[in-house]
Design a protein around this ligand. Sequence first.
Ligand SMILES: [Fe+2]
Ligand SMILES: [Fe+2]
Length: 218
Amino acid sequence: MAFYEANYEFIRLKEVYKGNPEWDKAFVLFHCLSMRDRYTAEHSIEVGYYAAKIAEQLELDVNRFFLAGLLHDIGKINMDDNPLKSDNILSEKERKQLKRHVLSGVMTLTELGFGKDIVQFCLRHHERMDGSGYPFGVKEEHISIEGRIAQVADVFSTLTNFRSYRSKHKIYTYEEAIELMRKDAITLGIFDLRVISILEGIIDNKKIGLPDRNSRYA
Ligand SMILES: [Fe+2]
Ligand SMILES: [Fe+2]
């Protein structure tokens, strides 16, 4: 199961980067996030893991992508329990608050001096290639490779995650999630198709298919 592999990689990186100032800051922040909301923390480990796997295929700096994934939802740390831990349909006000987690995270990461790549990953993870995302609704020409990978890794983890106590949503298998995202990439143009294809190749190679849950891509 991917989460266990992802968590193993997280523990390994904690040892490797112990004493590195940027990683030490990240581990402290992440520890706070995991105390605040275990589900978001586990999801973030998965996002880092998937992002690193995709980055590896593109010959990018794998560990930077893992780090970025760990911190991409850090802006949720100061969000109210509702919407953070809600499994109900969100009100307009709650939806607005949920969306604020992106810029809240960007401010935290910038303030603490994290690299541009880590900030970009966070900033763009809810944008979409056709301009339908948030917080700014920018289109593909403004979405860096960090953002493109972040979008795919984030949604894939959200669709396929089964550990949440918020489990009344539909759970997707890896194959179902990839198929859905590929369709969305082709028909709606919301994801980078090349990134989807890379993730598909990773899943195919590993032959992992596990049940998961559907969420609101938040
Ligand atoms: Fe998010
Ligand atoms: Fe996320």
